[in-house]
Structures are given as structure tokens and as C-alpha cells.
Design a protein around this ligand. Structure first.
Ligand code: ARG
Length: 483
């Protein structure tokens, strides 16, 4: 009985926000990052309200200048955001209403936080996509510079992490360039789907006010508007796409980092880093650890975690807006922060790296890496390649990894199989000759690499132009704020 009375009294108590509810549901502690985008979106929305006749010119002016003052205060850290107001959107609206009264209370006409937060996230994402893109361009530039600086340096190419065939160091560095080229392409592709305005979708069904959605999009330099109000408030594909593109980019950084870590080991000795950019040991005074590369490698795991969190969040959500979607923010912010920081650190780290050309050239001598050239030589002169492969394999096995021994057996083979050929192994089977033979497009010969480098340079220039052009659109937010 007592139990029942108590539950009835609980039931009849008017619902009110309590601390526990708020501490679990509030998002302002992380979504405060959206304040610039939120204010710019509100200014554009206010213009649409004025055009729809919901507010008059004086009210528009008061909303706009009020929002700009709030922006200035937020920038200088003078305005405090209140967690009891839940999120950044409610906070800014409250700051505005406290300041200008009724006009401020009209701002949310024809708008829901559901389309508002979707807009803010898109504005923030397009900006961050370009920030990361310009960091990628910087790393690509370092890779190109290093490739040019080391243009005749030879190193072992590996497959299965076993010595395979000699390659130019420039060729190896450029391989990383192309991975980043695709990453950049993915980010800019994601930008296209991100840069659409969902404002006017309202909570779920659209808006009953004559809001010119295209004009709002225009004001924010967005490429158009979304086509379905239900999709507009629930679509976080751009979040997942960005998280994936960044995760894959981080996987590429991790792979590059792993090589730098390996190459700097005593056993390889291919590369040295600037002392100021290496880590020491609290115990071992001699240590110079490649901490930056190790952390970039480690942070890729964190990016992948963010991606998995976003995808898991989205799966099984019914249409349209669900509060779960608030959870997209920390993952997205984190994957952007992690990517940018890793790119910046690794770019400096690589820029200061010094390759040991002598050691690399020497390593390219070991491992019988010109065995393929010998088989090719036989094949070119008519020995069926399978047979040539078998004969050369036999010779390599017998030489037990010894380079001199291999050359001796190679000479025997040449005399036996190609008695008319005037060539000796020690001249024909050098790393330099091996590299020179591989002039196919994308191959490692000096000529092919020089061509590759010029294509890469041209692309870098073009991409820089595209990113700069898109930056113009992104800066619409700041133009609205600081006009
Ligand atoms: N803070 C929310 C988010 O980030 C904003 C939208 C809330 N909408 C609502 N009806 N409670 O997703």
C-alpha cells in the first residue's frame, strides 16, 4: 500500500529537469564547438524569416547584431554557457533572448533543433574536411621534396617483408604520396554530400513557414538543399563517411610510421630523425626513440574506434531524429582532431628525416634481389619463363644467399643457356641496371619515376587550387559572423 501511494505521488509530480537527468543528457560540454556554425546558421535563418514576413527589418537587425555580439563574447571567452540549458543551440538562443527580448524569441520560428543541429554539423564538417585536406597537402609536399632530394638513391623493395627487387627510394616515398592522394579525393568527395543545407526540414515534416531554403543555403555558400525532411534530420552519412575517409588516411599514416620506426632501428639504419623530434628514455641515456611515428601509428586505432562508434550508433535507428544522434559529436570531433594532429606531427617528423643512402644502397645488394633480372634475361632470349624461373631458383638456393656465389652461378647459367650472349653477371645483375630496366609507367626506373613525380606535382597544384576554392565557401560562416 505504502509502495503504491509513493509511486502514485511520483507519477503525479510534474516532470522537471533534475541534475541527474541533465548530467546524462546535456551536450554543451562538447557541442560548444559548434557555436560559430550555430550562429551563422541562425543569421541565415533570420534572413529567411524576414523574407517570409515572420519578422520585420528592425527585428532582423536586432537578431543579427545580437548574435554577432554573442559571437564576439564567445570568441573572447566572455560568455558562459550553462549546462542546464542542455546544448549550445539552446544556450545561444537564451543569450540572445536575454539580450534583445521578443525578437530573439522569434528566431526559432519554423525551425527545430533537429534541422538546426544537422546544419551545424554539416557546416563544421565541411570546414574540418578542408582543414585536414590542407594538412594532407603539406605532407604530400614533404614526400615530393624528399623524393626529389633523393632521386638517385637505391634501396631494397620488399614483398612479404623479404628483400624482393631494388627500387628507388623516391619511388617508395611516392607510393605514400598516392595513398594520400586517394585520401584527399575521398575527403573532397565527402565534402560534396556534406555541403547541403537541411534547414527548413523542421523537426521531421518540413516547415509551415515560407522559408526560402535555397536562399538560406546560398547565404551559407552551400551547394543546395536536402530533398527529404525526414532524411534531412536523421542523415549522418557525412559523419560516417568523414570518419571512414579519415580512418583510412590514419591507416596510411600508420603504415608510413611503421616503416619509419623500422628503418630507424639499428638493424636497418636507413633513416635518422632530428634529435629535437625524438623521445628519450627515463632510464637509458642513449635513447632516441621515434615517438612521433609510434604515436601516429597508435592513434590510427583511435580513429578506427571513432568510425566504429559512429556506425554502431547509426545502425537500427528508426527514422527520423533520435536523441542517440547527439552521440555522433564526440567521435567526429575526435577523429578530426586525431587526424589533424597526426598529420601535422608526422609532416614535421618526416621533413627532418635524413636517409642513409649508403646503407640503403648496400642493403639493396643483399638478398639476391636481381634474380628476377636473370630469369628475365633468359626469357627475353627465348627460354620459357617457367623454365628460366626454375633454373634461377636452383642457382639462388645453391648460393645460400651469398651475392658473390650467386653471380658465379649466374655466369655458369648464362654460358650454358645463352652461349652466344656476351654478358657477365656482375655487370648485368646490378641494382642500377635492374632499376633502369623497369621503365613501364609506374615502374621504378629513373625516367618513370621522374614522370611520376611530374604527374604528382601537377596534381598537388590542382588539389591545392580546389581546396583553396572551397575554403571560400567555408569562410561564409566567418563572413556572416564578423561582418
Ligand atoms: N543536442 C541535440 C543533438 O546534439 C540537439 C537536438 C535535440 N533535439 C531534441 N528534440 N531534443 O542531437
Amino acid at each position: 500500500m505504502v509502495q503504491e501511494a509513493k509511486s502514485r505521488s511520483l507519477r503525479s509530480r510534474p516532470p522537471q529537469a533534475n541534475d541527474e537527468f541533465l548530467s546524462f543528457t546535456a551536450s554543451v560540454q562538447f557541442d560548444h564547438r559548434l557555436w560559430r556554425h550555430d550562429i551563422a546558421g541562425s543569421i541565415a535563418h533570420a534572413h529567411a524569416l524576414a523574407r517570409a514576413g515572420v519578422i520585420d527589418e528592425a527585428e532582423l537587425e536586432s537578431i543579427q547584431s545580437g548574435l554577432r555580439e554573442i559571437a564576439a563574447e564567445l570568441k573572447e571567452g566572455r560568455a558562459a554557457l550553462d549546462p542546464s540549458l542542455e546544448d549550445v543551440h539552446m544556450n545561444i538562443e537564451k543569450l540572445l533572448t536575454d539580450r534583445i527580448g521578443d525578437a530573439g524569441a522569434k528566431l526559432h520560428t519554423g525551425r527545430s533543433r533537429n534541422d538546426q543541429v544537422a546544419l551545424d554539423m554539416r557546416l563544421m564538417t565541411r570546414e574540418s574536411l578542408l582543414d585536414v585536406s590542407s594538412k594532407i597537402l603539406q605532407l604530400q609536399e614533404v614526400l615530393l621534396t624528399k623524393a626529389k632530394d633523393t632521386s638517385d638513391s637505391i634501396m631494397p623493395g620488399y614483398t612479404h617483408m623479404q628483400p624482393a627487387q631494388p627500387v628507388l627510394l623516391a619511388h617508395h616515398l611516392l607510393a605514400h604520396y598516392w595513398r594520400l592522394e586517394r585520401d584527399l579525393g575521398r575527403l573532397l568527395d565527402c565534402y560534396k554530400r556534406t555541403n547541403l543545407s537541411p534547414l527548413g526540414a523542421g523537426a521531421v515534416a518540413g516547415t509551415a513557414f515560407a522559408i526560402d531554403r535555397e536562399a538560406v543555403a546560398d547565404m551559407l555558400s552551400m551547394d543546395g538543399v536536402t530533398q527529404n525532411s525526414m532524411d534531412s534530420v536523421s542523415d549522418r552519412d557525412f559523419v560516417a563517411e568523414a570518419a571512414f575517409a579519415l580512418s583510412l588516411m590514419m591507416v596510411h599514416l600508420s603504415s608510413l610510421s611503421e616503416e619509419l620506426v623500422m628503418w630507424s632501428s639499428r638493424e636497418f639504419g636507413f633513416v635518422r630523425f632530428l634529435a629535437g623530434l625524438t623521445g628519450g628514455s627515463s632510464m637509458m641515456p642513449q635513447k632516441q626513440n621515434p615517438d612521433i611515428a609510434e604515436l601516429a601509428r597508435g592513434k590510427s586505432g583511435r580513429a578506427i574506434g571513432d568510425l566504429v562508434a559512429v556506425l554502431t550508433l547509426l545502425k537500427s535507428l528508426p527514422l527520423a531524429y533520435n536523441r542517440d544522434l547527439q552521440e555522433d559529436k564526440e567521435s567526429l570531433f575526435d577523429v578530426f582532431d586525431t587526424s589533424e594532429a597526426s598529420l601535422r606531427a608526422l609532416t614535421r617528423f618526416l621533413a627532418g628525416a635524413e636517409f642513409d643512402k649508403v646503407r640503403m644502397r648496400k642493403a639493396a645488394e643483399a638478398g639476391l634481389m636481381t634474380a628476377t633480372d636473370l630469369a628475365d634475361l633468359l626469357a627475353i632470349r627465348g627460354v620459357p619463363f617457367r623454365k628460366a624461373h626454375g633454373l634461377v631458383r636452383e642457382a639462388t638456393l645453391r648460393s645460400k644467399g651469398d651475392h658473390g656465389e650467386f653471380l658465379k652461378r649466374a655466369d655458369e647459367l648464362l654460358v650454358k643457356e645463352l652461349p652466344d650472349l656476351d654478358a657477365n653477371a656482375s655487370e648485368t645483375l646490378t641494382a642500377e641496371r635492374s632499376i633502369a630496366r623497369r621503365g613501364s609507367t609506374g615502374g621504378t626506373s629513373k625516367g618513370a619515376v621522374a614522370h611520376q613525380l611530374s604527374v604528382a606535382e601537377e596534381m598537388l597544384g590542382k588539389n591545392r587550387g580546389s581546396v583553396e576554392k572551397l575554403m571560400q565557401d567555408v569562410s561564409a560562416v566567418d563572413r556572416l559572423l564578423w561582418a
